[in-house]
Design a protein around this ligand. Structure first.
Ligand code: DC
Length: 225
């Protein structure tokens, strides 16, 4: 059975995760945090001492993942084989590992089915880099959420400080710039807006502004009354 899909793609720190959760709540849809899938793979590779370029081992690992994304008003969690791992995934080290394992085409295709399976009735809101271009090219609504690298670095900094991590602003900015280049220039599934995506720049907008804009687009597409 097909289910409507809303995709929210964009670079790290643009606010995709928060907007996706708010819209999923309003629509009563399932949620897919696709970055978490790549983060889990990066973390599992690190923990199992699998090199980030050992493609066969990474593919084997990818094929063994059983995931779920429970969420509420405030948080999205990630369940790996029935165990909550959400908190462990939100470190700079894991984000960097995710970006490195994500460059391999066989790894990305191994994760494709896992992502597509999340599109179950009544519907799915997913956030990532290539959901509108590659994973769900027929999505009902595609958003590309962007923001300047300085604004995104500041948001990520506050998020990490709030979760009790000790980090430096300049390190976050540098890491984001490196990750941006890697994500935007990789040969397979680079970070680009889909031709039919609505591009929203959140640099000068609050989360509430972006949610309201996305809600209007959902209404225009008949996804909310
Ligand atoms: O959204 P995030 O910061 O949690 O994503 C972590 C990394 O995973 C990101 O730098 C690139 C990769 N990623 C990807 O390649 N494709 C996606 N759909 C989502 C994330």
């Amino acid at each position: 059975m097909t289910a409507p899909v809303v995709t929210i793609d964009g670079p790290s720190g643009a606010g995709k995760g928060t907007v996706a959760r708010c819209i999923a709540l309003e629509l009563g849809f399932h949620l897919l945090d696709s970055g978490a899938i790549y983060r889990i793979l990066g973390l599992a590779a690190t923990e199992n001492r699998i090199a980030f370029d050992d493609i066969p081992s990474l593919v084997e690992l990818a094929n063994s993942l059983e995931l779920g994304f429970p969420y509420d008003n405030h948080h999205t969690d990630v369940m790996l084989n029935g165990v909550s791992v959400g908190r462990k995934l939100r470190t700079q080290m894991v984000a960097d590992a995710a970006s490195q394992v994500a460059i391999h085409p066989p790894v990305r295709s191994a994760l494709m089915d896992l992502q597509r399976r999340q599109a179950r009735p009544p519907g799915l809101v997913g956030d990532g880099r290539d959901l509108g271009t590659i994973v769900f090219p027929d999505a009902e609504l595609k958003i590309f959420l962007d923001a300047s690298v300085e604004v995104r670095a500041e948001r990520r900094y506050l998020e990490l400080i709030e979760s009790g991590q000790i980090v430096e602003r300049s390190v976050i900015l540098r890491d984001l710039e490196i990750r941006d280049v890697r994500d935007r220039t990789r040969p397979v599934a680079p970070l680009v807006p889909a031709a039919d995506a609505y591009v929203i720049d959140s640099s000068e907008k609050t989360v509430a502004d972006v949610v309201a804009e996305t809600r209007d687009l959902c209404r225009a597409k008949g996804l909310i009354q």
